[in-house]
Design a protein. Structure first.
Length: 279
């Protein structure tokens, strides 16, 4: 006898229910994918931070470490559950375009300009970062750019604009790596050049050779990080509950304290500011 539509619907519902119960079974592997910056990975922050979250919740965090632009592209394809990046304008647009639910500020540090101790461009001690870039350009000293649409690269491009000139793409002294901060610093050290880097990656970077901090403290070098849940209405497969649990923990007193506690050589790398207005 042919099954009725009602019987077929009931059978299908039962199959979906069983599948759902299996998917939510106690033995299920609980994990989320976070598209994040190379700085959070290469600074060692995630290696320190994520086990604390997993221990508390049982949710593993798998990180795709990319430049901010690439990380947001990954998230905009629905290939991540959460984005943790550092370019506020791009983060806000990501949410406005419907790819993210809400942006939460998490923490900050700062950018610095590093270069060889002999400092051929004579920028050491300058408090004006755009003016320092202008001096590097005038001296045609080697400058190594990430060139990868990362948060650091975006910050560098803003500084060139503030200096009143276009980024010197194509100039022989201006090298673009198209790589993360660690590899870019390795190239900078090998060429005895200058580079813009976040302080966290710099402190964790071991191959400094003759490189040293030359410019710091300019308020325009402020580096804010934000976290966003990828929109489950746009991508139904997003693990919204677990992703939001991760965000809630990051901005909680416990998560914020864990961020503050991460240090290298006694120096704090990131400063929590989830509860500061306007961050």
């Amino acid at each position: 006898m042919m099954p009725t539509r009602r019987n077929f619907a009931l059978a299908l519902s039962s199959m979906l229910l069983i599948a759902g119960l299996w998917h939510a079974s106690p033995g299920e592997e609980k994990f989320i994918t976070v598209a994040s910056t190379t700085s959070t990975e290469q600074s060692g922050l995630f290696k320190y931070l994520l086990p604390k979250f997993t221990q508390k919740t049982g949710i593993e965090v798998r990180v795709v470490a990319q430049g901010t632009g690439q990380a947001l592209q990954t998230a905009s394809r629905g290939d991540a559950d959460v984005a943790l990046v550092h370019d506020t304008a791009s983060e806000k647009k990501f949410v406005e375009d419907g790819f993210g639910v809400k942006r939460y500020p998490v923490m900050y540090n700062d950018f610095i300009i590093v270069g060889p101790a002999r400092d051929p461009a004579k920028i050491k001690g300058m408090a004006d970062a755009p003016a320092a870039l202008a001096k590097i350009a005038a001296a045609q000293a080697v400058f190594v750019s990430r060139g990868d649409d990362s948060g650091t690269h975006k910050a560098e491009l803003r500084l060139w604009k503030m200096a009143g000139q276009e980024p010197p793409t194509g100039q022989p002294w201006y090298r673009e790596t198209g790589a993360g901060m660690g590899p870019t610093l390795n190239t900078t050290a090998g060429l005895a050049g200058y580079a813009l880097t976040d302080r966290g990656t710099w402190l964790a970077f071991e191959n400094k050779q003759d490189l040293t901090i030359l410019v710091e403290g300019d308020k325009r070098l402020f580096n804010q990080y934000g976290v966003i849940l990828v929109n489950p209405k746009k991508f139904p497969h997003v693990k919204a509950d677990w992703g939001q649990a991760f965000i809630d923990w990051l901005i909680s007193p416990e998560g914020q304290q864990a961020i503050a506690d991460y240090k290298i050589g006694g120096e704090q790398l990131f400063f929590p500011n989830a509860n500061e207005p306007g961050a």
